[in-house]
Design a binder for this molecule. Structure first.
Ligand SMILES: NC(=O)c1ccc[n+]([C@@H]2O[C@H](COP(=O)([O-])OP(=O)(O)OC[C@H]3O[C@@H](n4cnc5c(N)ncnc54)[C@H](OP(=O)(O)O)[C@@H]3O)[C@@H](O)[C@H]2O)c1
Length: 264
């Protein structure tokens, strides 16, 4: 695969690292205006670093755009005459609709819209993707790229905002739960470093149990809650204090906020 990452900032570089670590590209172009921070990527023989977006587009098939939303339109204008049937345009730009992309480059292009999260930097992103009509023919290719850096799911474009809350903001929600568990562990006598180690690996194990076995969370809870035991007593106390309810309300509040921002 000949991949170009247009806008090699935080997200763009995370994607670049994921692709490079999984040997996912035959050639890779990385672009940004100021090249100082990405010069070192040229140590990988197949990587070219440039501020010339047009050169990157000419020499690549898969174009992953990871610039700030305010820059995207102008960059699409800059390269649109170079786009051919070989190109797959993948946008990571939050809030930039497929129809807006089609207005600029045409609906006769393969267009994919994606929503990764910051765990893409450790190749563990939950990435939601959708496409225009033609892009459906390249959705498996896009999934293959993002599956190298975690897990991907195709969703309708209307669900992209909801996916942003669950997957992108979701990183912050889970961090807070891990931090709270860490604080509890410190109170029980572990030092801060050990407490975080216990919290994050238990969290990772819980998620992996579900991923690997395909079970429902309540089934796994049943396995560890002895009648009259300490786990059910602690769990019920958490629920009396509103654990599930506060999480659901927080998720809905974030969704209401993102919906207002998009309208405004
Ligand atoms: N970070 C995340 O977790 C995340 C998750 C999902 C989606 N997103 C989306 O991903 C996009 C990028 O986010 P980010 O956090 O990676 O932003 P960022 O760190 O600011 O990266 C954007 C990069 O674009 C480069 N750039 C600006 N103008 C350019 C041009 N004309 N040609 C080529 N490169 C150009 C900038 O470098 P120069 O100034 O040197 O050109 C910068 O390095 C955003 O639209 C965001 O909505 C981010």
């Amino acid at each position: 695969m000949k991949i170009a990452i247009i806008g090699a900032g935080n997200l763009g570089l995370s994607i670049a690292k994921g692709v490079l670590h999984s040997n996912g590209a035959t050639t890779m172009y990385l672009t940004k205006r100021n090249l100082d921070e990405i010069k070192n990527f040229e140590k990988y023989g197949n990587v070219t670093v440039t501020s010339d977006n047009r050169e990157a587009v000419k020499h690549s098939d898969i174009l992953i755009f990871a610039v700030q939303p305010g820059h995207f339109q102008a960059i699409l204008e800059q390269v649109k005459d170079l786009l051919t049937e070989k190109h797959v345009v993948i946008s990571t730009i939050t809030g930039f609709s497929i129809s807006k992309m089609e207005e600029t480059i045409g609906s006769d292009k393969y267009i994919i819209r994606s929503m990764p999260n910051t765990a893409i930097s450790v190749s563990n992103s939950m990435t939601c993707i959708c496409s225009n009509e033609l892009g459906k023919k390249r959705i498996d290719l896009a999934k293959a790229i993002f599956n190298r850096m975690g897990h991907s799911l195709e969703i309708p474009e209307e669900q992209m905002q909801a996916a942003t809350v669950i997957c992108a903001s979701g990183i912050a929600f889970w961090m807070r739960l891990i931090r709270a568990t860490t604080q509890g562990a410190i109170q029980l006598g572990f030092d801060a470093k050990e407490a975080q180690e216990l919290a994050m690996h238990t969290c990772n194990g819980a998620a992996n149990l579900l991923i690997e076995s395909g079970t429902h969370p309540e089934e796994e809870i049943d396995r560890v809650t002895t009648p009259k035991g300490c786990t059910i007593e602690g769990l019920n106390e958490m629920e009396h204090q509103g654990l599930s309810s506060s999480l659901i309300r927080g998720i809905v509040t974030s969704f209401e906020k993102i919906s207002q921002i998009r309208k405004g």
